[in-house]
Write a protein that binds this ligand. Structure first.
Ligand code: ADP
Ligand code: MG
Length: 306
């Protein structure tokens, strides 16, 4: 029997999503008698549980800070226990939208133009708006540097911009990005191969938290994506390139905007959601890979020190 410690919950804004993911994954694995599963929060007891339960591997289903940013990965490295998904460095780079965008730009991957704003600076509103208009164009998107699930992501025009910006002061710094109209396409990579792509058509203004997780918000999922074969190859190749550049492991999901025949990479997610509404399982299903097979591939890739 394989002993698997499933890490779920945690302290980020995506706690509930992580618990939902764990529920669907564990329901699936428990059907198979070859797995001995224990679910664990990454709390103060976590290291003691690791040492007493002695799992063969940790299935990391956390999202956001602490679970997706290299912290929990570093603990697992020092405990010498194999874990799924990306390692310390890749996780830390991918969760940081500023650093990962710098890597994308350096490697000729198109990503929306942006400015970083640090809240310690005294804000001269008019001057700042002029600065933005010089480098970007309104509307812009304001987003935290290391958040997820569209939490605190806002599309703003010139009028709403300053108020929205100030409402994010608690983050200390944020990115201000050029808004890319057009289509939303996401690509899944697994084991350094292309799994596939999906298009999302939100009924809301953009693919925000409600559009992602509330089935009543009725985001349309389109698979296969209606783009040319050449463009399909292009977008999946960019996702694979980003996955390799950041030295990711296991499964990742890259979020793109597609506008005027160009793909803009918004971010790469190293702990993509695995709930029943999630995109990676849906892409896998389309490729005739069942949910269970997908999880087993993720488990097979568990490792340390890579
Ligand atoms: N520059 C942008 N242009 C257009 N839409 C954007 C832009 N940035 C973010 N969005 C919208 O917000 C969503 C969440 O942004 P993203 O950068 O992927 O952060 P998160 O980590 O919260 O998913 C995207 O899926 C997209 O719908
Ligand atoms: Mg995203």
């Amino acid at each position: 029997m394989k002993k698997i410690l499933v890490l779920a919950g945690g302290y980020s804004n995506e706690r509930e999503i992580s618990l939902l993911t764990a529920k669907s994954v564990c329901n699936e694995l428990k059907k198979d008698k070859k797995y001995n599963i224990k679910i664990q929060e990454p709390n103060g007891e976590f290291v003691n549980v690791l040492r007493s339960y002695k799992p063969d591997l940790v299935l990391n289903l956390l999202h956001g800070r602490y679970g997706e940013d290299g912290y929990v990965q570093a603990i697992l490295e020092s405990e010498k226990i194999k874990y799924t998904h990306s390692g310390v460095l890749s996780s830390a780079l991918a969760i940081d939208k500023e650093l990962s965008k710098k890597i994308f730009v350096k490697n000729s991957i198109l990503t929306p133009n942006y400015l970083k704003f640090i809240f310690t600076k005294k804000l001269n509103k008019e001057k700042f708006i002029k600065k933005i208009e010089k480098k970007l164009r309104f509307p812009v998107v304001i987003k935290p540097i290391n958040e997820g699930s569209s939490v605190s992501v806002y599309i703003c025009d010139k009028l709403t911009f300053i108020n929205k910006l100030l409402s994010l002061k608690k983050y200390g710094e944020v990115l201000i990005e050029e808004y890319i109209p057009g289509r939303e396409i996401q690509v899944a990579i697994i084991d350094k191969t292309k799994l596939g792509a999906i298009e999302l058509i939100p009924k809301r203004r953009f693919y925000d938290y409600e559009a992602k997780y509330n089935s009543k918000a009725k985001t349309e999922h389109i698979i296969p994506v209606n783009i040319t074969k050449k463009n399909y190859n292009k977008v999946t190749s960019i996702a694979l390139k980003a996955h390799k550049l950041l030295k990711c492991r296991g499964v990742t999901r890259s979020d793109f905007r597609f506008y005027k025949n160009k793909f803009y990479l918004l971010e790469i997610n190293t702990q993509p959601g695995m709930t029943s509404l999630s995109l990676v399982p849906e892409i896998a299903r389309y490729k005739k890979i069942s949910f269970k097979q997908l999880i087993e591939r993720i488990i097979k890739d568990a490792s340390i020190n890579k």
